[in-house]
Design a protein around this ligand. Structure first.
Ligand code: UGA
Length: 448
């Protein structure tokens, strides 16, 4: 099989399928990234993935290439796992998926099953099917696009049956392997029972409900799942703001609410807002898709609005604690959008540091993994080798990511190092009473 796109999803699918015993070629157009992968260096930080990739590459089941033509021709199954980034206005840019579809149409040399793993707007599976068919028709008519050895229209074999299926991925960064191997369900959107059967066999070693539906339903299941989870977070964050005004504790409230099994305990941690490459992008995309259809979705819109307010609220809160931020040295603990990843895409830290700099504060930051990426966006930030160095002489500290390293901090030492012990715990990881007993001017999210 071949997996096109070497991001979190593509690399995980490729590594696991190789480990299942398939021969996998992982394709990416980025030559530098591919060269790194060929040498066994991962472009991302994802626990356990490098070992799995190295093992399967060493055993000859997993290879990396930029040669999309060769990879397509040799594969029976083609996974599309390229990125679907946001356009500046928040729509989905499916350009990379469409380009892959065209390549498949140009190089296909026999029956193939194409499985779309990328998160794509509804209707994409159908559009990809059409694009492949158009390229094939063009080749059959002899019009360009054929490969060197396939210039003649006859080079298109009679049996070039390409079926396209949707199989959205629900893995989370930082637990990608675990999530892929033990998902809550495998959703497949197909147009034929045969395609469903092929995918079922691929997932034979994955013990999870196998849900077969149409491609458009599968595409929408992915968006609905992410929007629903993001909604839970925005909702509990909104309740957290209410808690602050009435003197309630959002963690206690969430705990009490979660006992109702119809609601459940997941995704009810109040904080500085959600980030990452999925929730922010997918909720905005759903909103745009609805608008394009002339449908207003106020709940979906509110998910993003509340999240933006939550992120901006950090500096607002700090200003309330300090009076002015101008000239204050602020220690930022945590830059990645969540722990155990180096990913800063749409991370709350981007909004917080931007707002701090706009208020003329000086920012000293520490993150166990994400400083390399953050430096490229905010070179004016000072980065430190450890969290203690970051808080030294700081006039305030703000914790944005709940890394275990921060939970393990010697807070008495942190208190001694700070010039002014103002601590904003944006992930509610410390006990307010204990922090105040240590002498901190402590604030958190939705707790008094
Ligand atoms: C999310 C989904 O959880 C995956 O199921 C999905 O496959 C993925 O998006 C995707 O579409 O590719 P991910 O973005 O990796 O996964 O991370 P999560 O662990 O879900 O966290 C997302 C954000 O929500 C983080 O910023 C996290 O801090 C925040 N969060 C999460 C909260 O603020 N509160 C919570 O209770 C839970």
């Amino acid at each position: 099989m071949c997996v096109i796109g070497s991001g979190y999803v593509g690399l995980t699918v490729g590594a696991v399928m190789a480990d299942f015993g398939y021969t996998v070629v992982s394709v990416d157009s980025d030559e530098a990234k591919t060269a790194h992968l060929q040498r066994g260096t991962l472009p991302i930080f994802e626990p356990g993935l490098d070992e799995l990739i190295q093992k399967n590459a060493a055993q000859g089941r997993l290879a990396f290439t930029t040669d999309i033509q060769g990879a397509i021709r040799r594969a029976d199954i083609i996974f599309i796992a390229v990125g679907t980034p946001s356009t500046p206005e928040g729509r989905v840019d499916t350009g990379a998926v469409e380009a892959v579809a065209r390549s498949i149409g140009q190089y296909v040399n026999g029956p193939k099953l194409v499985v779309i793993k990328s998160t794509v707007p509804t209707g994409t599976t159908e559009r990809v099917t059409r694009a492949i068919a158009e390229e094939l028709a063009r080749r059959r008519e002899g019009g360009g696009h054929a490969t060197t050895e396939d210039n003649a229209p006859s080079a298109v074999p009679a049996d070039c049956d390409v079926e396209v299926a949707s199989c959205p991925e629900f893995l989370r960064e930082s637990t990608a392997l675990q999530d892929f191997l033990h998902p809550s369900r495998v959703v497949v959107g197909v147009n034929s029972p045969r395609a469903a059967e092929v995918i079922r066999r691929l997932y034979a070693k994955v013990n999870a409900p196998f849900f077969v539906t149409t491609p458009i339903n599968a595409e929408l299941i992915k968006y609905t799942s992410n929007a629903m989870l993001a909604l839970k977070i925005s909702f509990i964050n909104e309740i957290a703001s209410f808690c602050e005004l009435v003197g309630a504790d959002v963690q206690e409230v969430a705990r009490g609410v979660a006992l109702d099994h119809r609601i459940g305990p997941s995704y009810l941690l109040a904080g500085v807002g959600f980030g990452g490459s999925c929730f922010p992008k997918d909720t905005r995309a759903l909103d745009w898709a609805a608008q394009d259809l002339g449908l207003e979705m106020p709940i979906v819109q509110a998910i993003t609005e509340v999240n933006e307010r939550q992120k901006r609220g950090v500096v607002h809160k700090l200003r309330g604690l300090l009076g002015t931020l101008a000239g204050t040295r602020v220690a930022v603990l945590g830059l990645s959008y969540k722990p155990n990843t180096d990913d800063i895409r749409d991370a709350p830290s981007l909004t917080v540091v931007r707002d701090l700099l706009a208020e003329s504060a000086s920012v000293v930051a520490y993150d166990p993994q994400a400083m390399r990426h953050f430096r490229q966006v905010f070179p004016q930030t000072t980065f430190t080798a450890d969290p203690y160095e970051a808080v030294e002489e700081a006039g305030a500290a703000v914790l944005l990511t709940e890394w275990q390293e921060f939970r393990d901090l010697d807070m008495a030492r942190v208190r001694r190092l700070m010039r002014r012990p103002v601590f904003l715990d944006g992930r509610n990881i410390f006990d307010p009473a204990a922090m105040r007993a240590l002498g901190f001017q402590y604030a958190s999210i939705g707790r008094v």
